[in-house]
Design a binder for this molecule. Structure first.
Ligand code: ATP
Ligand code: MG
Length: 578
C-alpha cells in the first residue's frame, strides 16, 4: 500500500473524550471513528489489525475442534422468553420491534439460538460433541459505554458453544478452550492471566476470565505470590476473621456521636478501630418475581460490600444503595443505620464476619447515636449470613493464607461451564447407547475482538504511538524514502517495495510529499514493527537503515541486502508469536 493512498486519517491532537491510551491512539492513528456512543467504524488500518486477531482466533478455535458458522443478530423474543432471559437480562438487552409490532432483540450472546438449533438437529450421542463458533457483531446497551472499543454497545465477539454428552466431556471441551485462549492471547502479544470468575448473566457454575494486565483495566484481580491462586475480585472468597474474640461480652451502651456519618468520623470520635465497627448499608433490591425490597446489609467497618456476591446471595435481578427517602421509609436515619431493634419485616444480610465480631460498634438507627459493645445473636440476628465482602490486597489467600496482592486487568475473554442450564429449559436432549434421553452438557466461550485490540495497544505503546506486536500489526514494514524530490532514491524505494510485495511482506511505501520528520512521526504513531529508511547514505554509500519500532535498534545495510534482511527480520519477529 502507498501511504499517499491509504485511508488513515491521523490526528495531531488527542481527542478530549478519549480517557485511556488505547482509545486515544486508535483515534490519533486513524484506526477507528465514532458513529454514536459505543458504536464505531473500524477504518482500514484498524480493520486489518482486527482481521489478524480474528485469524489467530480462527486458527486456534479450529485446532481445538471448533466449527465456524454464522448466526443472526436479530433474535425473536420467543426464544428468549423460553429461556427466561427476556425478563432477567434487563436494560442491556437491546429490544426492537418489527413492522407488525412483534418483539425481537439484537443479540448480546447466542446461547438461545444455538441451543435451539442443536435441539432440533442433534438426536444421538454419536453426533456429540459439537463445538460451533462464530465471529459476529453483538449488541449490549451498556449503561456506560466508554474507552472506545473496550466497552461498546455494538462490538465484535467470538463465541463458541460446546455440547457434550456428560460432565467429563464438558471438562475436555473446557480445557481445550482454556488452552486455545492462552494460545490466542499469547499470539496477540498480550501479558495476561486466567482467573477464577463469576458467571454473571450468562449463568452456570465454573468460569475463568482471561485478564490482560493493564492499569487502565476495569477489573480488579487478586492473586497470590506464594501459590497459584488468582481470581477476579468479583468472586474471591474472604477468609473470615473475627475481632475481639478473647473478650468477655460487655453490656450494650448507647453513645452520642454528633455529626459522625461515616465510619471514619465515628472511628475518630469514639477512638474505635474500624475493624471493631459494623457498617450497615441499606439496599433497594428487585427480585425475579418483580417484587421490591429494602434490606440492610452488614459488613465489618474496614471492608467493602461486594455487590456481585450480595446479588448472587439474594439471587435477585438488580440492587443498588437505597435513597435517603427509602432509608427513612424503614425508620432509620441515613448515616446512622444499624441492625439493633430494626423495624419488623426488614431483612438483614450479614457478612460471614459479623457473627465473629465481639463487642463491636454499630449505628444507632437515629441521628447522632451509635451503639458500643454490640454482639451478634444477643443484640441482633440476621436472616442470611454469607460471604458478601470484597477481597482486597492484603486479605489472606483462600488456598494458602498468605497475603494476596492485587492488580488491574482488562477482561479480554471469558469461558463458562453452563452444564445443563440452557439445554434443560430449552429441551436440548440426546439419546444414549441404551436409548435413554439426557440433557446436553454445555459450555460457552467468548472473546471480545475489539477489546483485545484495545488491550494490545494498552500494553504496547510509547509516547510516540502504537508499538504493534508484528502478529497483529496492520502492516509489518514501512519503507521511507526521506527525499521525494530525489528521483533515483524514489526509484530504489519503489523497487524494494515491489520486491517485498512479491515476497508477501505486508509493506507500506511512504511516497508522500512530506518532510522526513513527518514521515518518521507517522511511522511511529502507526507503529509499523519495521521501518526501512532510504536517505542521504543511500545515495552516497548505498546504505539503508533498518529500524525496529519496539527496541529502537538500528542497523545499516547495503541496499542490495535490504529485501533479504527485511524478509528475515519479519520471519524472526513473527516467530516470537507462534
Ligand atoms: P464485562 O464484565 O466487561 O461487561 P461480560 O463479562 O459481560 O463483560 P462476556 O459475556 O463474558 O462479557 O463476553 C465475552 C467477552 O466479550 C468479554 O470477555 C469481553 O472481551 C467482550 N465484551 C463484553 N462486553 C463488551 C463490550 N461492551 N464491548 C466490547 N467487548 C465486550
Ligand atoms: Mg465476562
Amino acid at each position: 500500500m502507498r501511504m499517499s493512498e491509504i485511508y488513515a486519517p491521523t490526528l495531531r491532537e488527542t481527542p478530549s473524550e478519549a480517557e485511556i491510551i488505547s482509545h486515544q491512539l486508535m483515534m490519533k492513528a486513524g484506526l477507528i471513528r465514532k458513529v454514536a456512543a459505543g458504536i464505531y467504524t473500524y477504518l482500514p488500518l484498524g480493520w486489518r489489525s482486527m482481521k489478524k486477531i480474528m485469524q489467530i482466533i480462527r486458527e486456534e478455535m479450529d485446532a481445538a475442534g471448533g466449527q465456524e458458522l454464522f448466526m443472526p443478530t436479530v433474535h425473536p423474543a420467543e426464544l428468549w422468553l423460553e429461556s427466561g432471559r427476556w425478563q432477567i437480562y434487563g436494560a442491556e438487552l437491546w429490544r426492537v420491534k418489527d413492522r407488525h409490532e412483534r418483539d425481537f432483540c439484537l443479540a448480546p450472546t447466542h446461547e438461545e439460538v444455538i441451543t435451539n438449533h442443536l435441539r432440533n438437529d442433534i438426536r444421538s450421542y454419536k453426533q456429540l460433541p459439537q463445538r460451533p463458533y462464530q465471529i459476529q457483531t453483538k449488541f449490549r446497551d451498556e449503561r456506560r459505554p466508554r474507552f472506545g472499543l473496550m466497552r461498546g454497545r455494538e462490538f465484535i465477539m467470538k463465541d463458541l458453544y460446546s455440547f457434550d454428552r456428560d460432565e467429563a466431556g464438558l471438562e475436555v471441551s473446557y480445557q481445550l478452550m482454556h488452552r486455545a485462549y492462552s494460545n490466542i492471547f499469547r499470539r496477540c502479544g498480550l501479558t495476561f492471566r486466567p482467573v477464577e470468575a463469576d458467571s454473571g448473566a450468562i449463568g452456570g457454575k465454573g468460569s475463568h476470565e482471561f485478564m490482560a494486565l493493564a492499569g487502565s483495566g476495569e477489573s480488579e484481580i487478586v492473586y497470590c505470590h506464594n501459590c497459584d491462586y488468582a481470581a477476579s475480585d468479583e468472586i474471591a472468597p474472604l477468609v473470615p476473621h473475627g475481632t475481639g474474640r478473647d473478650e468477655e461480652l460487655r453490656t450494650r451502651r448507647e453513645v452520642e456521636t454528633p455529626d459522625c456519618k461515616t465510619v471514619e468520623d465515628v472511628a475518630r470520635y469514639l477512638g474505635v478501630a474500624s475493624n471493631r465497627m459494623l457498617k450497615s448499608m441499606c439496599y433497594w433490591v428487585l427480585h425475579k418475581d418483580e417484587s421490591e425490597e429494602i434490606l440492610l446489609a452488614l459488613i465489618r467497618g474496614d471492608r467493602q460490600i461486594n455487590e456481585i456476591k450480595l446479588k448472587n446471595t439474594l439471587d435477585c435481578l438488580e440492587l443498588r444503595f437505597a435513597t435517603e427517602e427509602e432509608v427513612r421509609g424503614i425508620g432509620m436515619e441515613p448515616g446512622y443505620c444499624g441492625p439493633v431493634e430494626l423495624k419488623k419485616g426488614i431483612r438483614i444480610v450479614a457478612d460471614a464476619e459479623a457473627p465473629l465480631m465481639v463487642n463491636h460498634e454499630c449505628g444507632g438507627g437515629r441521628k447522632d447515636f451509635h451503639y458500643l459493645d454490640v454482639n451478634f445473636g444477643r443484640d441482633y440476628t440476621a436472616d442470611i449470613v454469607a460471604d458478601i465482602a470484597l477481597v482486597e490486597k492484603g486479605c489472606p489467600c483462600p488456598l494458602c493464607g498468605q497475603p494476596l496482592d492485587s492488580t488491574r486487568g482488562i477482561e479480554v475473554g471469558q469461558i463458562f461451564k453452563l452444564h445443563t442450564k440452557y439445554s434443560s429449559v430449552l429441551g436440548a436432549r440426546f439419546v444414549d447407547e441404551q436409548g435413554l434421553e439426557h440433557d446436553m452438557v454445555m459450555g460457552c466461550y467468548g472473546i471480545g475482538v475489539g477489546r483485545t485490540m484495545g488491550a494490545v495497544i494498552e500494553q504496547h505503546h510509547d509516547e510516540n504511538g502504537v508499538v504493534w506486536p508484528i502478529s497483529v500489526a496492520p502492516y509489518q514494514v514501512c519503507v521511507v524514502p526521506v527525499n521525494d524530490k530525489d528521483q533515483s532514491l524514489m526509484l530504489k524505494a519503489e523497487q524494494i517495495y515491489q520486491a517485498l510485495l512479491k515476497r508477501h511482506i505486508e509493506v507500506v511505501l511512504d511516497d508522500r510529499h512530506e518532510r522526513p520528520g513527518v514521515k518518521f512521526n507517522d511511522a511511529d504513531l502507526l507503529g509499523f514493527p519495521i521501518r526501512l529508511t532510504l536517505g542521504k547514505k543511500t545515495s552516497e554509500y548505498g546504505l539503508v537503515e533498518l529500524r525496529l519500532r519496539e527496541s529502537g535498534e538500528v542497523r545499516e545495510l547495503p541496499i542490495d541486502e535490504a529485501v533479504d534482511s527485511v524478509y528475515a527480520m519479519v520471519q524472526e519477529l513473527m516467530a516470537q508469536y507462534e
